[in-house]
Write a protein that binds this ligand. Sequence first.
Ligand code: GDP
Length: 684
Amino acid sequence: MNIHVHELAKTLGLSSKELIEKLHRMKVEVKSHMSVVPPEAVQLLKKKEVKEAPKVPVKPTVPPVQKVSPPPPVAKAPVPTVVKVPEVKEPERPKVLQPVQVQFPITVKDLSIKVGVKPSELIKSLMQRKIFVTINQALDETVAKELGKEFGFQLEKLPTMEEALILEHETKDAKNLKPRAPVVTLMGHVDHGKTSLLDAIRKSEVAAGEAGGITQHIGAYEVDLGKGHVTFLDTPGHEAFTAMRARGANVTDVVVLVVAADDGVMPQTEEAIDHARAAGVTIVVAINKCDLPSANLDRVKKQLTERGLVPEEWGGKTIMVPVSAKTQEGIPNLLEMLLLEAELLELKADPTRFAKGTVIESELSKGKGPVATVLIQNGSLKIGDFVVCGPYYGKVRAMVDHKGHRIETAPPSQPVEISGLSGVPKAGEHFYVVQDERRAREITTVRQEEKRREERVGPARHITLEDLHTRIQEGKVKEVKFVLKADVQGSLEALKGELSKIDSKDVKLTIIHSGMGDINESDIMLAAASDAVVIGFHVGELPRAEAIAKEEGVEVKRYTIIYEIVSDIKLAMEGLLEPTTKETFLGRAEVKQVFKISKVGNIAGCLAVKGKLVRAGTPVVRIIRNKETVFEGKLAALKRFKDDVKEIAEGQECGISIENFKDYQVGDFIELYQLEKVARKLEV
Ligand code: GDP
């Protein structure tokens, strides 16, 4: 049997490189880890191995001979002493893997170049693991690492340019950290006064500062309180907040929950609380419309207490400030409290570094080209800086603050509108300043490629019940989050009760939001931002929500029987909902003749003897010889005479070629199977 360098190296506990050097010293010509080692050399090496191997471990385990008691003296012919040496097992040698640095995902072709193993060898080995890929297909980290190991290599992850950039931006120098302004989003039920409050706060700043100052809408603004600043995002509401979060942008430090004093806690107030909590953001309550005679502060506080927000004056931790957007009463106090909260949160940033931040808004301006309002989260942004932002880059040409002033530098927590980017980035996109244009261009090229790949592959999927078990096993999931929607309060409570009874040592079940009514857009976005599963009980799903769920890859499950929900979740945790694969026989062909065609390779001339040979759906192809499967792979071509065809019916002649296989023999059977993933059904 032929043995390759890498295989022999493995059995000898050497790296391929070491073995090659050894072989060269023995004057055996081998080129790479894939070269075949001549049998004589194998013999020689193995002999050497036996001679060299057992020395070390034998010593301590062999009882010293002299300590064995001599046999009792016997008159005549003493029996020779037999010292039994305990059998010494050769210790397992640790496999020495040769380290190679690569970037993931890596195509078969690139991996082949990196490790010096033929692509066909890699593909063959992948096939044995039932992974069917072509040379240009990319392998993820886990698969690539396993494959590397098999050939004697330890694949190590090289940070991507992007990761290196982020890493650079994330290193902190404690001595440069300075307090920064809190970034605040207003949330609450419709008509409780979010917009009015934002306006009132902005006006209070204009009134305090330059008289008659005209503010410009740039998506966010900063209020100067003399002893500190507070930054407000101009798009209130939990929908916008969570949509940003689903894009990976967590810019808000404090949520101001606006509750109308005359109306109290309403469904969207509850949603807002859950959205803020799911994001782990501090909540400060503004009880608005206090000017109204029907205002009832105590009632609002009581309702909030029932939802876990207990006012400080009642022994809790939540700051609650009575305000009126109409009369401006209480607004200075609210701002004061926000500064206080920022102090408690110890919000800090380093203004001396290159800036990084997030896009709040963007547009294509007629005069200025692409403009984006960005929030600086660390460092300071300066005119002339090179930035990468989403798939675009550019040099900051101009910066304007919310008062319309042109500025040269923007410190942490300041929102500014910048121009100079090569395109219009999306809201929620991060931006980073890089040293020079070349680096900016390199990073964006990679990002654009990734974007194209994403468009081809589709968005990353969020958690589903079906893959829950696998994720738990991989240790990727310690907590499963749910958004629950039900028709009435009673069933919602019953459902919560049942779910709380499911206990597992591996995972924690958390309900991040529950509410009544149809599954809406905000439920889906919350699930997307928090990697949660949406469960509906006796409720529908709004069409827009359905579309977004599809787009965001959020799993929505709807039920009409509580037992089924509980049972599905239990099964999912045990891995019993994982889809099984079903194999369907499509057809069989018998090889009648083998054609050798230059450049193309071998083609099996066949007769379809049973069923239908269908090309669609990438069927699995097996070669059966003497009743045994000798190869499994994918169809390369299915031909009728000279033409490629979609299918061949029973009784027809055809030409078949199979990827990475050429050794067809007359009398072989070629069988086609369709593999299908079938979701398991619960037996009720
Ligand atoms: P939003 O939907 O939360 O943004 O609420 P708006 O800011 O649009 O306000 C809804 C309505 O409440 C408007 O008619 C406002 O004039 C009114 N409103 C807002 N704040 C106050 C307030 O403090 N007092 C009174 N009396 N009315 C207010």
